[in-house]
Design a protein. Structure first.
Lengths: 342, 342
């Protein structure tokens, strides 16, 4: 009955169908290269709320409601909700989902949270514990800058290795039955800490964890990068992606142009002043929901390896001189057959 | 194949065996009524570290290592580690577990985290995804006061409704096979917010969530409070326990003396100046591991309903005038048969 196929990988018996996916983003994301793919766009970062923190909860609430609607489900038909965010004590999520009255598991995986939510959600489905699971993740640029770095009104200069926290929420409904792309395998990451202490270079801090996850996944499954139509890490940006390519080359794997990073896709670094790219829990969440999910649904992508990445530090740990531990969670998602009826 | 027996409850097919449990606490806990039951005691709250935050991570590391040792397991034999704490971005956990190199799912359920970790862990076991799961939760009085209320050197006076955050870590190894008490049912809580805004009265903020969980559990299973030898909530203290008894009486259930709260058991409020009792993620975690687990193992407790409780606010949300959402997670744990060989 064991579903384990390696130290860190499980193969699901039936898989978990991704019945719907939705994304709600801020104005900067809407102006970026993926702008036309997002479902809902806020006119400004406050989204009609008094604070950035409450705005983040509104992104969560509005987007989760849309995700349910797209799956033709009412909140009471959902067995579990799994989500998380970057705010202290994850209040972006808790204040966003409380009115749904769905049994709730709060997660903290930093920017890897979408991977954690989809992994645990898919196992709850495949294990027979749930028929429907709502899984999501959110972040907010202004709330994150204030909390992790400096309040925005200070106008602090950002170094070239810095990434830009994505404002928004991405969520999916996972189901035991129905049509849609399927989560079929899960490789769960361990914490990897190579001693990076620069909170303005998260790509470098997280790249070793992503590289470790990729190597472990290939070892567990016997596959190579070329067995996937798309491999997408979460929010390494240009600096981190380059490091991953280098680290994998040393391990004997060629990461070619089919390997991208959500933080590279979501912004145009040249025109949007985003430096190394996008980051934050919402980066991989909204990019998956808006950009990859429709291509899995149409069959354009046959098999994808989705790897949200996270940096597990806090402002306090950084102030105390601690290094930044990284983590990455991998999901193998199979697209619908081309031309199949939906 | 569905294991659901109600809106919020699942019954496990095989159950998850609690193979070992361990607790490591600070000096105040060691001086309390449960002092002799704890496995490891720190001489002072810094536990040899330079900061309270690093001390919390040391509690996690030392205690998780002991939990593994008690189960005769090496870290590489554990498939997943699930844990969390109250510190911003859950660094108590991440810095505590990173050297184990076990696939990691970080959780945030505030003080209900032990319930969340044991619930998800048990489902990963029962669903065939893992053979061994390490589940735990930690908190630290000094780090929590500094973060949520005031730095200790200010000497701020605490109101009588305040509770005292437990310093320590509690953890269990869950397994598919072996002898020990068994997790057989799981009732997962939804977020309940009755509008309480006083961060010095967490018992009142969490009691409605605990009462909701109890009523839902009894409705889902068709049982009454009298079907359990022990019902233990997590950290409501004297104020919260009284509210739960009152709310359940209104719903037609008599909560008698078999109902206790870990926050009441862990300190002697008369002599230890702890006001309404103990609280924090570690409160239910160490009380379960030190006080209830041995009695389940000996068969003295035949069936227990364990309900860690949590308050899902942050200092920022409180400063912004928001109310305190509560949550509670329930686990039915069956003790070993009396006189059974171990």
């Amino acid at each position: 009955m064991s579903k384990r196929i390696g130290r860190q990988t499980v193969r699901l018996a039936e898989g978990a169908v991704i019945l719907s996916a939705a994304s709600t983003v801020g104005p900067k994301e809407a102006e970026g290269p993926l702008g036309k793919y997002f479902d809902q766009r806020a006119e400004d970062a406050l989204f009609g709320e008094a604070t950035w923190e409450l705005a983040e909860s509104k992104f969560v609430e509005k987007n989760m409601a849309l995700t349910l609607q797209k799956a033709n489900l009412k909140a009471k038909e959902v067995d579990y909700i799994l989500c998380g965010d970057l705010l202290n004590q994850c209040t972006g999520s808790t204040f966003g989902v409380r009115q749904f009255e769905i049994p709730f598991f709060g997660l903290f995986g930093a920017c890897s949270t979408m991977g954690e939510a989809m992994s645990l959600g898919a196992m709850l489905i495949d294990g027979g514990f749930a028929n429907h699971v709502l899984a999501g993740a959110s972040s907010h640029f202004c709330a994150a800058e204030k909390q992790f770095r400096f309040p925005l009104p200070l106008g602090t200069q950002r170094p070239p290795t810095a990434t830009w926290t994505v404002t928004g929420d991405g969520a999916v409904v996972l189901a035991r039955k129905g049509n849609g792309p399927k989560i079929v395998e899960i490789t769960t990451g361990k914490i990897v800490d190579m001693g990076v202490t620069d909170a303005n270079n998260m790509g470098a801090a997280m790249a070793p964890a992503a590289a470790d996850l990729l190597q472990t996944h290939f070892a567990d499954t016997g596959r190579t990068p070329q067995d996937y139509d798309v491999i997408a890490t979460g929010d390494l940006g240009t600096v981190g992606r380059e490091l991953v390519v280098e680290l994998l080359a040393k391990a004997g794997y060629e990461m070619d142009s089919r390997y991208t990073d959500c933080g590279i896709e979501i912004f145009d670094n040249e025109t949007q002043d985003t430096h190394a790219g996008g980051s934050g829990c919402a980066c991989s969440a909204v990019t998956f929901c808006a950009y990859f999910y429709p291509r899995l649904l149409s069959g354009e992508i046959g098999r994808m390896l989705f790897i949200p990445t996270g940096a597990l530090m806090s402002p306090t740990s950084s102030q105390q001189g601690q290094s930044i531990p990284g983590i990455a969670h991998g999901l193998v998602i199979e697209g619908c057959k081309k031309g199949a009826k939906k």
